[in-house]
Design a binder for this molecule. Sequence first.
Ligand SMILES: [Zn+2]
Ligand SMILES: [Zn+2]
Length: 102
Amino acid sequence: MAETQKTKKKAPAPKGGGKKSCSVKDCKRAYRAKGFCFFHYAKWRRGEVEGRPARYDTCHKEACKKKIVGHGLCQEHFDAWKASRKSAKRNTEAAPAAAPAA
Ligand SMILES: [Zn+2]
Ligand SMILES: [Zn+2]
């Protein structure tokens, strides 16, 4: 009987089904989210993973495709967000901070 086993070392990283693991080359850390381990996930969120776009390249607002200038929002929505925060603070201190949830 011929052995069909090819090589013992470096099995390809599992994708989708089965156990997930960090998709960054040579990273053996436990899977966390978005195809990364906790370490690279954090880096990716900061836009520090090479060759991977940060969480959002464009404004978080649905149907808005403008470029991000700050806080995950385009200039227009960023200004609107700042304005809404300001007015919310003025009107009622009880309003919770509207930080974009992950
Ligand atoms: Zn990793
Ligand atoms: Zn926008």
